[in-house]
Write a protein that binds this ligand. Structure first.
Ligand code: GUN
Ligand code: FE
Length: 442
């Protein structure tokens, strides 16, 4: 593929790859990135002939986005029911909706629309919570396989009668673990998944929905199968307080004691992490999925992202559909920047400037973009999010001249300015094409 590309291999540093030729092998792994002044570029272009894909004038290539936290079944209530606190929202709206997905005729069109829409807006990798139901979880994984999205899919474990309604609950810890095991097997051996683009994930929903037996069993299953793990951690005052009351220590410590913090664990939100929690996550290589927009609605806090980065935590960005009412990872980048500014400057105008904020909290746009791409790849321990040899070619072409799009350049050509316009202004109509593993999927 030939064109001009933007990526951010490290936080805060934009790399512009101007007039480069990206070569991929048969598996979709980048084998070389050749510059214009490299004689090998002209030779390779000649050798490729008709097979070469050119990004037309006005189009720029970016690594595909990694949505590090998304609830697939909640897409159908996107934009609804955002005024209730988390514990009410779950019981009144979200559990009833998710329970309906056990009817596969209900689930299929909704999951198909979700995966198609996510690819069309540039999400090439998604770490999904599905539902408690095994068959519906497998259906989501199969739809990702059919549409070519890189996906990590988890059957949601929720077995505690104290936290989950009768109509939407695993029968027991044993059945929850057995069903999780069955989904892992199904995804790993599915004939349409020979390339392993879809991966299974051990998914205790959050501590308030799980018994100790389930948490313990899932920790042991993780050792046995080496899967990714995902959960929610210290999201809101209520969720954080529940764990403190039940165990006498924090979410992060409790999950760790059950063996659930590994190099392949992603914890959503994690707003109330203590310094010791952050050290614990850093030592385990466990990542945080920062969900800035959802946190506005349900968290009662802004995640201290700068502090986490200073402690060398792995962090990526998540939409947390439908806690966050936007499926767009461009939007996730924007809200990450915006909420960090509110944290830095404070929000109470009755306090003086010196008193009201948390100094040093700002996140710049390039760092947000880094987290939404390379950061997600690091969090998942997958070679994605960077346009360099050894990484998979997951790419979006952004058309800055699309008539129906929302980017207007007015002759602007400076790469940094073009990048900023793309990140802040792009919408679906600006995404001209999407590739996963070098194959066009949209
Ligand atoms: N905590 C447990 N389940 C959920 C969920 O579906 N969304 C959010 N935002 N938090 C949760
Ligand atoms: Fe969530």
């Amino acid at each position: 593929m030939y064109g001009t590309f933007f990526h951010a291999p490290t936080a805060g540093e934009l790399a512009v790859l101007e007039n480069r030729l990206i070569l991929v092998d048969e598996a979709g792994v980048i084998s070389a990135v050749l510059a214009e002044d490299d004689p090998a570029q002209a030779t390779a272009i000649a050798a490729l002939g008709e097979a070469l894909v050119w990004l037309p004038e006005g189009q720029f290539g970016l690594p595909g986005f990694v949505d590090l936290h998304i609830h697939a079944p909640q897409y159908s209530q996107l934009g609804q029911a955002l005024d209730a606190p988390l514990e009410i929202w779950l019981q009144k709206y979200t559990f009833p909706l998710e329970a309906s997905y056990a009817d596969l005729g209900f689930a299929r069109p909704r999951y198909e629309a979700l995966v198609a829409d996510l690819l069309a807006i540039g999400t090439t990798t998604a770490l999904y919570f599905a539902t408690q139901d095994r068959a519906a979880t497998e259906l989501l994984a199969e739809i990702c396989m059919a549409k070519g999205q890189r996906a990590l899919v988890g059957k949601v474990v929720m077995d505690d009668p104290a936290g989950c309604p009768d109509y939407y609950r695993d029968e027991s810890a044993e059945t929850a673990i057995a069903e999780t095991r069955a989904v892992i097997e199904h995804i790993r051996t599915h004939p349409a998944n020979a390339d392993g683009r879809v991966l299974p994930v051990i998914t205790p929903r959050f501590i308030p929905s799980c018994t100790d037996a389930a948490l313990d069993g899932l920790g042991k299953l993780a050792v046995e199968c080496g899967c990714h793990i995902q959960s929610h951690c210290s999201e809101s005052d209520w969720a954080h307080g529940h764990v403190l009351e039940r165990f006498g220590h924090t979410d992060a410590e409790a999950l760790d004691r059950f063996g659930l913090l590994t190099r392949k664990t992603v914890l959503a939100h994690s707003n109330f992490l203590t310094d010791a929690d952050m050290d614990r996550l850093a030592a385990r290589g466990t990542a945080v999925a920062h969900c800035a927009l959802s946190n506005v609605y349900f968290a009662n806090a802004v995640f201290p992202l700068r502090r986490a980065l200073e402690k060398h935590l792995h962090v990526g960005l998540g939409t947390d559909i439908s806690g966050g009412p936007s499926a767009s990872m461009f939007e996730a980048c924007r809200t990450t920047v915006q909420s960090s500014r509110l944290l830095e400057d404070g929000v109470d105008p009755t306090l003086s400037a010196a008193e009201r904020g948390t100094a040093g909290s700002r996140i710049d746009l390039v760092t947000a973009f880094h987290l939404a791409t390379a950061g997600g790849g690091i969090a998942l321990d997958l070679p994605i999010g960077i346009l360099a040899p050894g990484y998979r070619l997951d790419l979006i072409a952004v058309d800055t001249m699309a008539e129906e799009g929302t980017i207007r350049l007015f002759g602007e050509t400076h790469p940094q300015a073009v990048f900023e316009k793309i990140l802040y202004c792009a919408s679906r109509a600006n995404i001209a094409a999407v590739w996963v593993d070098g194959q066009q999927v949209c």
